[in-house]
Design a protein around this ligand. Structure first.
Ligand code: TTP
Ligand code: MG
Length: 347
């Protein structure tokens, strides 16, 4: 028999934690993210609670737009320490329900419940597990999540988004086609805004449209990704649950209050970010060999540049490299954002 996969995704995660911890926020719109500073704030919304989403506010939207949409909302800076603590507790709960688990972000994980210690052999059993998970997360963390159940990661993930918040959606193999058909092709992983625009040019909007395009044509247009698009349009997804919870990189970025051209403050900001990144690496007992920098100009053109050294980077090495990598971008155009990231991590 085939696999049964659960995808668990917490509802309005950062905002839900703030609501939980501040009962006076009950029923109010909450935007987590950059300081709106009236309408002059820069940077973006990390997330908004469901009340705020009624105003069209959502992740990655400029904070100034969120302010314009609803100036009466409660605006809060993210408090990652509290969110990480909650995330760890939730992942520990999930880990008890299946042998195979893959955490994919701070608030999201896949569980494979077939072949697990609980020996799930039916969707009915999988549903019972999902209900137990929801109950335990609610009792221990006072947070809600949405869960999707399906024959693979693709279906489980799309299903978890189907009835947010506090949803539970079960899609059995014989329901996959009807479930996928009306959905936009862009719900398929790998079909980002660019590919979706290209698909629209050939009159593909929904997954049912996508299924009508021959595989050869998709491969011709999208290369190897075409194969995956073709299979996923049919609800097929062989991706396994990857159990190692490996951190691949640690990075931070900052948007300046005003676009700046002078080198001093840009370098200073980058160095401060590096201090933060090295603090996190130390906490996780990790070192890395590669430094990546990101520079975004005032008009949003974004550049990255990277260098790898043979041994683990010390903070001092990273600062020296950072300066070298930043130099070509300094003193020319006004800069909006700078970011640093260390990758090639090892223990
Ligand atoms: P999501 O699961 O994408 O969003 P969410 O949990 O807030 O809301 P939903 O109910 O729709 O799942 O992301 C989890 C957290 O990650 C979110 O609470 C904040 C953070 N995040 C950002 O900081 N920036 C982003 O662009 C996104 C998408 C998320
Ligand atoms: Mg979420």
């Amino acid at each position: 028999m085939g696999r049964i996969i659960l995808h668990i995704d917490m509802d309005a995660f950062f905002a839900a934690i703030e609501e939980r911890d501040n009962p006076r926020f009950a029923g109010k719109s909450i935007d987590i993210g950059a300081d709106p500073k009236g309408e002059r704030g820069r940077g973006v919304v990390s997330t908004a609670n469901y009340e705020a989403r009624k105003y069209g506010i959502g992740s990655a939207m400029p904070i100034s737009w969120a302010y314009k949409a609803n100036p009466d909302a409660i605006f809060l800076p993210p408090d990652f320490r509290r969110y990480s603590a909650s995330s760890r507790n939730i992942m520990a709960i999930l880990g008890k329900y299946a042998k195979k688990m893959q955490q994919v972000s701070v608030d999201e994980a896949y569980l494979e419940v077939t072949g697990s210690k609980l020996q799930v052999t039916s969707y009915k059993k999988a549903e019972e597990i999902a209900r137990k998970i929801k109950k335990e997360i609610w009792e221990k963390e006072k947070l809600t999540c949405s869960i999707g159940i399906g024959p693979n990661k693709l279906i489980a993930k799309i299903a978890s988004d189907e009835q947010k918040p506090d949803g539970l959606t079960i899609i059995k193999p014989n329901q996959v086609k009807n479930f996928l058909d009306p959905k936009l092709a862009s719900v398929i992983p790998g079909i980002g805004p660019k590919s979706f625009a290209a698909l629209k040019d050939i009159e593909v909007e929904t997954i049912s449209d996508l299924r009508k395009i021959p595989k050869e044509k998709l491969v011709e247009q999208f290369g190897v990704h075409g194969n995956q698009m073709w299979a996923m349009a049919r609800g097929q997804d062989e991706r396994i649950i990857e159990e190692e919870r490996e951190i691949k990189s640690v990075g931070k970025q900052t948007t300046f209050q005003h676009d700046i051209k002078t080198s001093g403050p840009i370098v200073k900001a980058a160095f401060e970010l590096l201090h933060g990144v090295f603090g996190e690496l130390k906490e996780s007992g990790l070192s890395g060999k590669t430094l990546i920098i990101v520079v975004r100009y005032a008009w949003f053109e974004t550049h990255t540049s990277q260098e790898t050294q043979d041994e683990a980077l010390t903070l001092k090495d990273a600062k020296r490299l950072c300066l070298k990598l930043l130099l070509p971008y300094l003193g020319k155009e006004r800069i909006r954002l700078v970011g640093v990231r260390i990758s090639g991590l090892f223990n």
